[in-house]
Structures are given as structure tokens and as C-alpha cells.
Design a protein around this ligand. Structure first.
Ligand SMILES: Cc1ncc(COP(=O)(O)O)c(C=O)c1O
Length: 379
């Protein structure tokens, strides 16, 4: 119940244990095609270039910045947590001008603000935002901003590492041009792959680059030849068993259905937060911007953050996340991602936390938290 990786479905682990076949084996090529189709479905896109990068979410981030923008280009980057900040670091490594705009951690960026910046600042090549900021639990609305980017003909780049498979990610509907994610959060697959997708507008921009891309491993022109064209030219030895895992994880999502999955995440989060509120533990993020897969709550005054987390881990086998940056020591981050988003986990966690807080003398009578959560489940 931390901020990722989430629990992996046993079927995914089993799929990973299948024999490792060649990365150019005709059977594997078929499987690659299937994974691309499944990724288009979960991203809600028709983008032909929709593939997993063979490395973690940060590699997806690098692949997107490295290909779509060039040295000297200006990219507007929203920084309201750890991962927006990481985007600025990545852009700078590739010689791009990261025009970062900051917001208090836990808050989101308003479309009007982006509109004004695009109207007043000349020569912006793209806007980059984090959809689900794992360090704060805030969900950035994308639709309006996508329209604004489209109107200004700039690239819209979005991090969906913690949103994909947990809340709706609508790449085509939100006019997102470049998007990367990760396997270890709501897809409930082990860490190790970063699904990415590029719109035709992004591919056209890449095709018109004046300078060569400054990365060998992430060069999409070569990756495309392996993943999408009939040529199937060797680029790198694909992590074959991870691709088995991703395929299985996406099939499991398909069996449950995205709408059902989103409703499950929503219900478990509401039950968790209702239980927490009954204990006097308040959510950090305003209700309409809360991520159901990553719940952030304020640590009550006088409660020993580290002691609570270590007791949860050592005595109850539950991992939760600590606050980061300006929120260190101030919040807990409770993941209810993918396979980890269950009523059983919510009730067990609330029972454990209530016991711990009771022993610390913070809570007087027991049972309030689970009762409050159960009221939500009973609705
Ligand atoms: C929103 C977000 N972006 C990017 C990353 C980086 O992904 P990874 O740790 O898989 O490299 C993470 C990881 O937690 C994340 O939560």
C-alpha cells in the first residue's frame, strides 16, 4: 500500500515464468503486436506509435523529451511535486530550456494560467504536466489544457505513470501528443517497462528535427523499426519475460473492464478516507482533485511519523509511503493501486492504524475507522 510498486497479480508472475523465447521469434513478434494493441486500448488512442520502452517510467520520460524536443527549445513544465521537477532535470540534460512554473504541492494548474503563459511567452515548443503526481496525490485535469495546447500548436506532453489503469487516461480525447507511463502502479505489473505513445503531430515534429537525437537507446526512429515496421530490425534484446508480464496484466485489466476498475479505485479510496477522517486524519488534497490510487493524508499533530510507518511494516506487514520534499514528515501516502485496491486492504489497514494510534494515546475508543469505511461500502 505504498506509492508503487503495487501488488502483482499471480497470473502476471506466472506469465513471467514462461520460457524466454527469442526477441525476433515469430511468436514473440505476434505478442509484440498484441501488446501494442492493448496499450492503445488502455491509453485510449489510435496512435500508431504506442510501445513499451524497455526500462522504468523515468526512461519513458527521457525518451519523450529526447525525441520530441531539441537542444535550445523552450518547454513549459508544471512543477507541483517530485515528478514535475524531474521533468525539468531531464529536459535540461538534453540542452532544452525548461521554463518551470511552480504551484504549491498538492494543488493543480488552472487552464487559464497555461493560456496566459502561452500567450505572453514567445517560442514555446511544448507544455509538460504530470497527470497523477505521486508525491502529493493530486490529479491534474488535462482536457482544457490539451485544447489550449492544440490551439497554440504546441506539443502537450503528459506523465501518466500513476494514472494509467487507475483513473481514465484519454490520450486522444485530451489532445495529448506525447505520453509515458510505468508498469508498476495501476497496471499491477512489476517495474521495468514504460509504455509510451506519440501522436501524428509529435511524430511530424520529430521527423522535422534539425539536429540528431542525443540518445542512442531512446532513438524512436530505430525503436520503430523493431516494434512497428515489417522490417523488425534488431535494436536491443527486448526484456521478453517483462513483455509477457505486461500482456497478461493488460488482459487482466480487459477482463475486469476499465469502467469497473475506475469505480473500484474510487470506492476503496472513499472508504479509506472516510475511515481516516473518523480517526481525525484529514486528506491533503481538495476533494475534486484527489487521486483514488494514491491517498495523501496529513499526519496529526504530535504523531510520530516514522514510528507509525515502521510499526505498520514490522507488525502488520503493510507498507505506506512517507511525504517527500516540503511534505516530508507532514503526510502519509497510501497507495490503493491496481490489484492493491481492495476492500480487504482498506479494512485491514484501518484496523492496524487504529490500533497503533490507540497505543500512542491519539485515539481513545476503537472501531470508528472501520465502521466509517463500512458505511461507504454499504451505500
Ligand atoms: C508520476 C511519476 N512519474 C515518473 C516516475 C518515475 O518512474 P520510475 O521510478 O519507474 O522510473 C514515477 C515513479 O514513481 C512517478 O510516480
Amino acid at each position: 500500500m505504498g506509492p508503487g510498486p503495487s501488488n502483482v497479480h499471480p497470473r502476471v508472475l506466472q506469465a513471467m515464468a514462461a520460457p524466454t523465447i527469442g526477441h525476433l521469434d515469430p511468436e514473440f513478434l505476434k505478442l509484440m503486436d498484441e501488446v501494442q494493441e492493448l496499450l492503445r486500448w488502455v491509453f485510449n488512442t489510435q496512435n500508431r506509435l504506442t510501445i513499451p520502452i524497455s526500462a522504468t517510467g523515468s526512461a519513458g520520460m527521457e525518451a519523450c523529451f529526447a525525441n520530441v524536443f531539441e537542444r535550445g527549445e523552450k518547454v513549459l513544465i508544471g512543477v507541483n511535486g517530485v515528478f514535475g521537477k524531474r521533468m525539468t532535470e531531464v529536459a535540461k540534460k538534453y540542452g532544452q530550456i525548461a521554463v518551470s512554473f511552480e504551484k504549491e504541492w498538492g494543488k493543480i494548474f488552472e487552464p487559464d494560467f497555461i493560456r496566459v503563459v502561452l500567450e505572453s511567452e514567445a517560442g514555446i515548443a511544448g507544455v509538460a504536466l504530470v497527470h497523477a503526481e505521486t508525491s502529493t496525490g493530486a490529479c491534474q485535469p488535462l482536457e482544457e489544457i490539451g485544447k489550449i495546447c492544440s490551439k497554440h500548436d504546441v506539443i502537450f506532453l503528459v506523465d501518466t505513470v500513476t494514472s494509467l489503469g487507475g483513473i481514465p487516461v484519454d490520450v486522444d480525447g485530451c489532445n495529448i501528443d506525447v505520453c509515458y507511463s510505468g508498469t508498476q502502479k495501476c497496471l499491477s505489473c512489476p517495474p521495468g517497462l514504460s509504455p509510451v505513445t506519440f501522436s501524428e503531430k509529435a511524430l511530424e515534429k520529430i521527423s522535422k528535427r534539425k539536429t540528431d537525437i542525443e540518445s542512442w537507446y531512446f532513438d524512436l526512429s530505430m525503436l520503430q523499426k523493431y516494434w512497428t515496421t515489417g522490417e523488425r530490425v534488431y535494436h536491443h534484446t527486448a526484456p521478453v519475460n517483462m513483455i509477457y508480464a505486461l500482456r497478461e496484466a493488460l488482459l487482466i485489466l480487459g477482463e475486469e473492464g476499465l469502467e469497473t476498475i475506475f469505480a473500484r479505485h474510487n470506492l476503496n479510496s472513499r472508504a479509506l478516507l472516510s475511515g481516516m477522517t473518523a480517526l481525525g486524519v484529514e486528506p491533503l488534497v481538495e476533494e475534486q482533485y484527489r487521486l483514488p490510487e494514491l491517498n495523501t493524508v496529513k499526519i496529526p499533530e504530535g504523531v510520530d511519523d516514522k514510528k507509525v510507518r515502521s510499526t505498520l511494516l514490522n507488525e502488520y506487514g503493510i507498507e505506506i509511503g512517507a511525504g517527500l520534499g516540503p511534505l516530508a514528515g507532514k503526510i502519509w501516502r497510501i497507495g490503493l493501486m491496481g490489484q492493491s485496491s481492495t476492500q480487504k486492504n482498506v479494512v485491514y489497514f484501518l484496523t492496524a492504524l487504529e490500533q497503533i494510534l490507540k497505543k500512542m494515546g491519539v485515539v481513545s475508543e476503537g472501531g470508528k475507522a472501520v465502521k466509517a469505511a463500512e458505511e461507504v461500502y454499504g451505500e
